[in-house]
Ligand binder design. Structure first.
Ligand code: IMP
Ligand code: MG
Length: 172
């Protein structure tokens, strides 16, 4: 494993996820539906769902598998659906992902969910890289904003490694 410089440690992530859950609980209905993007959001969704449960919310939880990244660090620029779409018809959806970078994945997923009959879609991203945006997309709930850095950990991978780390950091 390469050397990792920690940007956000376990305690910082836990605190921020708790704060995000509070913000979400104030604006979204208790019976909302969480749709996480696989694979990167799995850890974030698991922690966010438990924080929302502590606040009395009872979200349905589903996942969507999209792909755009190959094995490298740059997005291929094309996003495609590679699995089933959860039944979101009539639901107020919270679209959850690990990172918003160019914005293409968010734009694609939002359109897909609205086409599938979601009543509304709001997005929650743990990490935002605003300087990298190529497509304007709404980002209602943001955990951390960073510069143009490549990060791993807490679900986020580099070539399918590092997802297991309890913290978020950069690799050289
Ligand atoms: P976008 O479509 O360019 O916004 O890219 C979003 C997707 O790219 C996220 O779902 C991530 O999986 C991936 N991604 C973007 N930046 C990073 C990074 O720094 N590390 C690992 N994956 C990333
Ligand atoms: Mg991803």
């Amino acid at each position: 494993m390469a050397a990792i410089r920690i940007l956000f440690d376990e305690a910082q992530i836990k605190r921020r996820v708790g704060e995000l859950a509070q913000e979400i609980a104030q604006t979204m209905p208790p019976d909302m539906m969480i749709v996480g993007l696989l694979t990167g959001s799995f850890m974030f969704v698991a922690d966010l769902a438990r924080e929302l449960a502590r606040l009395g919310h009872a979200p349905r939880i589903g996942f969507l598998r999209l792909s755009s990244y190959g094995q490298g660090r740059e997005s291929s620029g094309r996003v495609k659906l590679t699995g089933d779409v959860p039944d979101v018809a009539g639901h107020q959806v919270l679209l959850v992902d690990d990172i918003v970078d160019t914005g293409r994945t968010q734009a694609f997923a939002r359109d897909l969910l609205l086409d599938a009959g979601a009543q509304s879609v709001q997005a929650c991203l743990l990490v935002d890289k605003p300087s990298r945006r190529e497509v304007e997309v709404p980002t209602e709930f943001i955990g951390f904003s960073i510069g143009d850095l490549f990060v791993v950990g807490y679900g986020i991978d580099y070539a399918d490694q590092y997802r297991q780390l309890p913290y978020i950091g950069t690799i050289d």
